[in-house]
Design a protein around this ligand. Structure first.
Ligand SMILES: C[S@@+](CC[C@H](N)C(=O)[O-])C[C@H]1O[C@@H](n2cnc3c(N)ncnc32)[C@H](O)[C@@H]1O
Length: 247
């Protein structure tokens, strides 16, 4: 009933195209859960598919709640398409999910041979649930065993001194996104590390594209087609360049 009322209000306020876009999104999210993500329900001590509204996040030591987005999980298939589409030897990279919630993306990433995987989550409750999900996940499914959720604000997190894949599923507002990305680029530049930045549902894409130390990396055509047709949201991938390299 709630969905119907929401759809009606979109149609009244924004017109028929917005309504169709909204219905496509709802349909794709439900299909991903019904056809794929539900297969993992049995392995999850704390179900990752349940949404958590911002007012329940109750972050630990953070003034950034007003900039946060609610907890909502990425579809695993889309995460897999993107990571496999990076066409890199992932064993040379660490993986960091900024705003990692109950750990679904961490566990999807751990099915690939990353050096280490870190989830940054400022909600104590979600962090504890992610820790339980990680502890109880079947070991034989994990190619990367160095896997942790850390309860900290994304602004405070100390980055691994390694080449990294950073994953953002639209976790917070543009101002904080800009701070976090600028800090990550400064750190990587000072240490000479590579960064591949994946931005899923890139609502604040302008923040990323105006960074002159990042260049867009196109995903392979087959991945772009799958994402366009079957992913609820698009994704962008960027890689860092050191300015002195291009001078
Ligand atoms: C859209 S959810 C994404 C969850 C997970 N990455 C996924 O894709 O399944 C965004 C998450 O970012 C977290 N978050 C928001 N602001 C944060 C901040 N400043 N520091 C750390 N985590 C934050 C929220 O608590 C929420 O769990």
């Amino acid at each position: 009933m709630g969905d119907l009322v929401f759809s009606y209000s979109i149609w009244r306020k924004q017109g028929v195209w917005s309504l169709l876009r909204h219905l496509r999104l709802v349909l794709l999210r439900r299909l991903h859960h019904a056809l794929w993500d539900c297969r993992y329900d049995a392995f999850e001590a704390e179900p990752t598919s349940t949404l958590l509204d911002r007012k329940h996040l109750k972050p630990n030591n953070s003034d950034n709640l007003s900039l946060a987005r609610e907890y909502t999980p990425s579809p695993r298939l889309a995460v897999g398409w993107i990571l496999d589409g990076l066409k890199e030897d992932l064993s040379g990279f660490s993986f960091v999910d900024f705003g990692s919630g109950r750990g679904r993306v961490l566990l999807a990433a751990a099915e690939r041979p990353f050096r280490k995987i870190r989830g940054i989550e400022f909600s104590q409750r979600l962090h504890q649930e992610a820790t339980r999900n990680i502890a109880e996940y079947p070991d034989e499914k994990l190619l990367c065993k160095d896997l942790k959720s850390i309860c900290v604000d994304a602004e405070e997190f100390e980055l691994p001194d390694q080449d990294c894949v950073f994953y953002f599923y639209n976790p917070f507002d543009a101002s904080l996104l800009e701070k976090v990305i600028t800090n990550a680029l400064d750190t990587a530049q000072a240490r000479g590390n590579r960064i591949l930045l994946v931005y899923y549902n890139p609502v604040h894409q302008a923040v990323v594209s105006r960074q002159n130390r990042l260049r867009a990396i196109p995903l392979p055509l087959s991945v772009r087609i799958k994402m366009k047709l079957f992913s609820p949201y698009p994704a962008c991938v960027y890689g860092n360049i050191h300015l002195q390299d291009t001078a």
